[in-house]
Design a protein around this ligand. Structure first.
Ligand code: THU
Length: 133
């Protein structure tokens, strides 16, 4: 899909959430990344019977985007059906930083409640490639 509107991003995250594979937690999450060139790439959480191999919706979206040739993301919508908005876990914050630095993170629920954050407020003092040199 090639569109840059926020509504389209939210709709894509909603669709992705409906495909969540969450038989263990029943906690369904959808994510929609907007890449640097305006592509939308979605992800849903994928759970494993081993529990520990579960992957969050955000990282599924990032890995899909990378495998499709994207280099960077501008923003991400994370959507869950919770009254208190669902923020990305620590592992996803790290990956989001490495794939988009201080990107916009938009948390949304099914009632249309939303909140916007800069990733640097969710992940202050990040570790990244600059520190490897
Ligand atoms: N989960 C996500 O996909 N993204 C988040 O931001 C929080 C947690 C998933 C992982 C697991 O499948 C379920 O939600 C419960 O933790």
């Amino acid at each position: 899909m090639n569109t840059t509107g926020l509504e389209a991003l939210i709709e894509a995250a909603k669709q992705a959430r409906s495909r969540a594979y969450a038989p263990f937690s029943k906690f369904q999450v959808g994510a929609a990344l907007e890449t640097e060139d305006g592509q939308i790439v979605t992800g849903c959480n994928c759970e494993s019977a081993s529990y520990g191999l579960t992957i969050c919706a955000e990282r599924v979206a990032i890995f899909k985007a990378i495998s499709e040739g994207a280099k960077q993301a501008k923003r991400i919508v994370i959507l869950a059906n919770t009254e208190t908005l669902t923020p990305p876990c620590g592992a996803c914050r790290q990956w989001l930083w490495e794939f988009g630095q201080d990107m916009e993170v938009i948390l949304v629920n099914l009632d249309g409640v939303s909140a916007n954050y800069r990733l640097s407020t969710l992940l202050p003092w990040p570790f990244d490639a600059r520190l490897l040199s």
